[in-house]
Design a protein around this ligand. Sequence first.
Ligand code: AMP
Ligand code: MG
Length: 344
Amino acid sequence: MKPISILKYVTPFLVVAILFSIWHFKRKIVTVSETRLMLGTFVEITVIGGRGDDLAGAVEAAFLRIAEIEAIADRYTGSSEISELNRNAAVGRLVDVPVSDDILEMLTVAKMVSEISNRAFDITVAPVVDLWDFTGDGGGKIPDGKEIGERLKLVDCGKIVVEDGTISSEEPGIKLDLGGVAKGYAADEAAEVLIEAGVKSGVINAGGDMVLIGSKGRAGGKTPWRIGVQDPRDSNGLIALLKLKDTSVVTSGDYERYFIVDGRRYHHIIDPKTGYPSNASISVTIVAESAAFADALATAVFVLGPQKGIDLVEELDSVEALVMGADGGISVTTGLSDLIEYED
Ligand code: AMP
Ligand code: MG
C-alpha cells in the first residue's frame, strides 16, 4: 500500500483521538478557592469548572467587586459614601441626596426588611451601636443606660425616605449602619460577577453569608451543596446540615462578636427598641434567593425570636428559616424540613 492511502485510513482515527484528548482535558474538574480578609471578616470564594476555564480571573473579578462595595458601604472608613452621608446627616437634614446604585439597593432592602419585621431590623441603629464595643480589645463595658436612652431617640428608620435614587431624612443627627446587609449584598454581587464570567458552580462565603451557584460539581450536576449550620456554643460542631442548590444561606449568631459580664452575653445584634443586645435568639439561619435580603432578615428574625421570627418567615414565599432560641431549642419553617439532612 502507498503511504498516501495509509494516511487516508489513519487520518479519521487521528482526528477523533485528538478531539477526544481535548474533550478529556477540558472535562477534568478544577477547583479554585481563595480567602481574603474583607468586610471585617473572612471572605472565601470557591469555584469549580473545567481546566480551560479562567477560574482564577473570575475569582479575582469577584473579589474586586466586593472591595468596591466595601469601599462605599463601610461607615468606619472616612472616605466611604456612607460616611459622607453620615457626616452630612450629623449637621442637618438630608434633602434628596443622590446615592449610588449599590447604596440605593442596600437601603431599599434594609427599609423593606425593617417594615416587614416591625423595625426589628433598623439601619439607623448606628448611634446606639457606637456605644458598644464588641471588638474584643476594648470590649466588656456595658454603656450607661441613660446614654442608650438618649441615643435611642435617633433610631427610627421610618424617618428616612428612599425614592428616585435619593435619600432624605427629616431628623438631623440620624446615622446609618449597613453592617447588617452589606455582607449579603456583596456576596450577591460577587456571585453575579462569577456567573457573568461563565462560572456554573461555586460558593461565596462572606463570614457566614453564603451564595451557592448551581450545584456541587460540574454544570447541570445533581449533587446539592451540603452546608453545615454551626453549633453556636461549639465552633467545631454542627446543629444541622442543609442540602441546597442555587440559593443563598445566611447565619447570624450571638457568638460572632460578644463579651460576657457576670455570666451574661452582650453581642453585636442590637434590639433597636431597647438599645441592648437582643437575647431572643442564639442563632438564626435564613435560606432565600437574595443574600442581601437573607442577611437583613436573619438579623431581624434574631431580634424577633423563634416564635415571631418563624411566623414572619412562613408568610414569605421561597424563604426558609432555622432559629435556635434563647433556651437552645431549634425551630424551623415547614419548607426547611425537606432540606435538612441531619440534626442532633
Ligand atoms: P449581622 O452581622 O448580619 O448579624 O449584622 C450585625 C451588624 O448589623 C452589627 O454589627 C451592626 O453593625 C448592625 N446591627 C446590629 N443590630 C442591628 C439591627 N437590629 N438592625 C440593623 N442592623 C443592626
Ligand atoms: Mg445580617
